[in-house]
Design a protein around this ligand. Structure first.
Ligand SMILES: NC(=O)c1ccc[n+]([C@@H]2O[C@H](COP(=O)([O-])OP(=O)(O)OC[C@H]3O[C@@H](n4cnc5c(N)ncnc54)[C@H](O)[C@@H]3O)[C@@H](O)[C@H]2O)c1
Length: 363
């Protein structure tokens, strides 16, 4: 079987590229979904100036990890007040982009619960109404701007829904590293580690191929070198730009493979232990590397291009890297006992993402 790679998102990259939104939305009305701090940073005014009276609706109370409790009202207001608009423009981290992905899919009744029941079936469906999506990430992490899926959280019920339809790819992604200059240190680290996790998870993945590997290897090398430097120098345009590109490459890699075991474990750690997404999906990377190693010669070869051929040294390098960013790497550090951890890992292997992991069958 020949390797196949497919990503339909028109991608723009570079400082100042946000201004592309003017030509990309020419002749269309736009609803903006943006992170709450943006107005104080002057970003809402800037976008208003770029779009003029084409901007017809703004959602700016996006909370980290979009949760059904809040999304219900946002969704129903959007479909009542802005159902005529053509494009949703998401400017923010993964939370804003995933919120926008939920909004773009319109149910027949306009009710959010109708969307949830469709998602609960786990099967694809054709939306009754649909908006197009332009995504401009303001964190260097999730890659949501180049993937078709979104995570919708239900913390009260301790579960999550995955939105993934052929029509939820953004039409365009605008990666403007200048938008990332204001991201605080802790979010810079956790989102950067999310990107590292995407890249590694795309390698120890049953869907990996030489094309996704090419993006992944390059992303990992950049992140290992660049993230510690960026943490010390948050206002460096050059480092922000390198991390933005690394996160984009990681996003491209997993846009074709999806994630695997570390992400499957992370959902439990976020829902039950409140860990930020980027920490939840990266603290297990040295452990998962150990489970992946030796399962598949082609996958080993790719991992060894980054880490050399000694597993112990590879795990130490990853652990030291995470520790240097003040991220603890053991379940016990997060209040999870050894038996709970074992149970969590086995459970995670049975999840949709866990089944993508090359070590799952053998475990
Ligand atoms: N769809 C996908 O492919 C995908 C992949 C990974 C993660 N996700 C989802 O993304 C979400 C996490 O996204 P995230 O890690 O980007 O964090 P986030 O979007 O929750 O942002 C983290 C915090 O940083 C703030 N912020 C964002 N940009 C800023 C800026 N430029 N300046 C100052 N503050 C800023 C936000 O308001 C928020 O408080 C989770 O819900 C996760 O499930 C989706």
């Amino acid at each position: 079987m020949p390797a196949q790679f497919h990503n339909p998102v028109a991608t723009y990259f570079g400082g100042g590229s946000l201004s592309q939104i003017t030509s990309l939305t020419d002749g269309q009305t736009v609803a903006l979904v943006i992170f709450p701090e943006a107005r104080g940073l002057g970003l809402v005014d800037k976008i208003q100036a770029l779009l003029g009276d084409r901007l017809v609706h703004i959602v700016e109370d996006v909370q980290p990890n979009p949760d059904v409790a809040q999304l219900r009202g946002t969704y129903e207001r959007f479909w009542q007040q802005a159902s005529e608009c053509e494009t949703v423009l998401a400017v923010g981290g993964g939370s804003a982009i995933d919120t926008a992905k939920a909004l773009m899919v319109g149910t027949e009744s306009g009710s959010f619960d109708e969307l949830l029941s469709l998602l609960a079936t786990g099967k694809p469906f054709t939306p009754h109404r649909l908006k197009s999506l332009i995504a401009a990430p303001t964190t260097a992490g999730t890659g949501s701007e180049v993937t078709p899926w979104a995570t919708i959280w239900d913390s009260a019920q301790q579960k999550k829904y995955s939105l993934h339809l052929p029509c939820t790819w953004p039409t365009a992604a605008i990666i403007d590293p200048d938008l990332m200059l204001t991201v605080p240190a802790s979010v810079t680290v956790s989102t950067g580690l999310d990107a590292l996790s995407h890249a590694l998870e795309s390698i120890w993945n049953v869907n990996a191929n030489p094309i996704s590997d090419t993006f992944a290897i390059s992303a990992i090398e950049d992140i290992l070198e660049c993230l510690p430097q960026l943490r010390q120098d948050l206002t460096s345009r050059e480092l922000r730009s390198r991390m933005a590109l690394a996160a984009l490459k990681a996003g491209m890699a997993f846009s074709n493979t999806k994630t695997a075991l570390a992400h499957s474990i992370s959902y439990e750690m976020t829902l039950r232990h409140g860990l930020p997404h980027g920490i939840a999906c990266s603290f297990t990377l040295p452990f998962v590397l150990g489970l992946a190693w030796g399962r598949d010669p082609a996958r080993d070869q790719t991992l060894q291009r980054v880490f050399g051929n000694d597993l112990g040294k590879a795990q130490t390098r990853l652990r030291d890297f995470l520790h240097s960013l003040d991220v603890k790497t053991e379940f016990g550090d997060y209040g999870v006992t050894e038996s709970e951890a074992q149970e969590m890992v086995l459970y995670a292997m049975q999840g949709a993402r866990g089944k993508n992991f090359i070590g799952t069958k053998a475990a």
